[in-house]
Design a protein around this ligand. Structure first.
Ligand SMILES: Cc1ncc(COP(=O)(O)O)c(C=O)c1O
Length: 361
């Protein structure tokens, strides 16, 4: 009998549940459970990935200079204050590892993204969940939830799985009201879906206690490659780089991400299609008695009358080859999160919900 045990907190982590991709016995399945881009990545990103095949024996860049420079060109962020990671998940992990440990508290909102809790526990810190107001981040509740032990406050803006967001003045009020030892993390995984939104850059650039995380997994359609980045004050980025593995991103991932972010025509097309079909789907579902909050993302949080109804609808959608996401684990038992697919997927979802609701709808 040995006494080998993991660090405190690790065994409290519930395994992350990814979106399902198959339904046994059903063909022509559409996956609408992980907020992926239905059109896939830019063809230029795919070409760039293929072109790296000749260099697979070479280690990748350690400083990601080309990708950081491309991000800077396309977003106006200062490349010297960008750190690239294996998805934005890795940046979330770095933040918890670097700034939170035993005795420290990591705050996030009631329906916040699951990785905040996982990363806090992995670092030995105490995760603290703060209520939202009607599925919207509540700045007052977050400020009231802070203590002298708070080290990190995560909000996704727009938020997953609610799809809602708060404005710049509220974000600034949150940043300015935090205790002085705490960092505000603005998770911008869906920021690209909001036309003209700087994802919090101006709030960050005017302060020393705010960082953002971003991803290539959503609008850029590269979830399978795992590329994300963080941006913030120079000293925080310097801290994060010290714990980053030197070769955390592959040649393929770096090349594809660079091409993806430079292909503005494709990105604009995907954003516009998403906005169009998101509005169409939300309205179609509302007419069937399934309301949702106005979404700022690439998914809709469809609300049903009860958990039983949400689950029954999910089963019916599955039988029709439509895989959406249950969100009871995010304290939203009556809801289903539905990724906005292409036109055909959206029409299939609306038709299936109509059939589920029956003639009374
Ligand atoms: C709010 C939020 N943050 C972060 C992520 C992680 O994205 P990735 O690690 O693929 O960059 C997701 C993915 O679903 C998300 O919804």
């Amino acid at each position: 009998m040995n006494s080998i045990t993991p660090q405190p907190g690790i065994m409290d982590i519930a395994l992350y549940q990814g979106g399902a991709a198959h339904v046994a016995g059903v063909d022509n399945v559409v996956k609408l459970s992980s907020n992926e881009n239905p059109f896939g990545p830019s063809p230029k990103a795919m070409d760039a990935a293929r072109a790296t095949v000749d260099t697979l024996h070479r280690y990748p860049s350690t400083d990601h200079a080309r990708l950081r420079s491309a991000i800077g060109d396309m977003t106006g962020l200062d490349p010297d204050r960008i750190i690239c990671g294996v998805g934005s998940d890795e940046i979330i992990t770095f933040l918890c590892q670097a700034y939170a440990g035993p005795g420290d508290e990591v705050l996030y909102t009631e329906h916040g993204f699951g990785m905040y809790k996982i990363s806090a526990l992995a670092a030995g810190a105490t995760p603290v969940e703060v209520r939202e107001r009607e599925r919207v981040t509540d700045v007052d509740a977050l400020l009231a939830g802070c203590t002298e032990r708070t080290r990190l406050v995560f909000i996704a803006n727009p938020n997953n799985p609610t799809g809602t967001m708060i404005g710049e003045a509220e974000v600034a009020r949150l940043a300015d009201g935090l205790p002085k030892q705490a960092i505000l993390v603005l998770d911008g995984a869906y920021a690209e879906y909001v036309e003209g939104f700087d994802a919090g850059q101006s709030v960050i650039d005017a302060r020393q206690n705010v960082v953002m995380t971003r991803t290539f997994s959503k609008l850029y359609g590269l979830g399978g490659l795992r590329v994300g980045y963080g941006y913030g004050p120079r000293d925080i980025i310097d801290v994060l780089n010290r714990i980053r593995g030197p070769f955390n991103l592959s040649n393929v991932a770096l090349a594809a991400a660079e091409a993806a972010i430079r292909d503005t025509e494709y990105v604009d097309y995907c954003r516009a299609e998403n906005a169009k079909w998101r509005a169409w789907l939300a309205e179609a579902l509302a007419e069937l008695g399934v309301p949702s909050d106005t979404s700022c993302t690439n998914f809709i949080l469809a609300r049903f009358g009860s958990q039983d109804e949400a689950e029954a609808c999910d089963l019916y959608l599955q039988s029709q080859g439509l895989i959406v996401r249950r969100v009871a684990g995010y304290n939203l038992p009556n809801a289903l999160r539905i990724t906005v697919g292409d036109e055909s997927a959206c029409r299939r979802v609306a038709q299936a919900v109509k059939e589920f609701k029956g003639p009374a709808a």
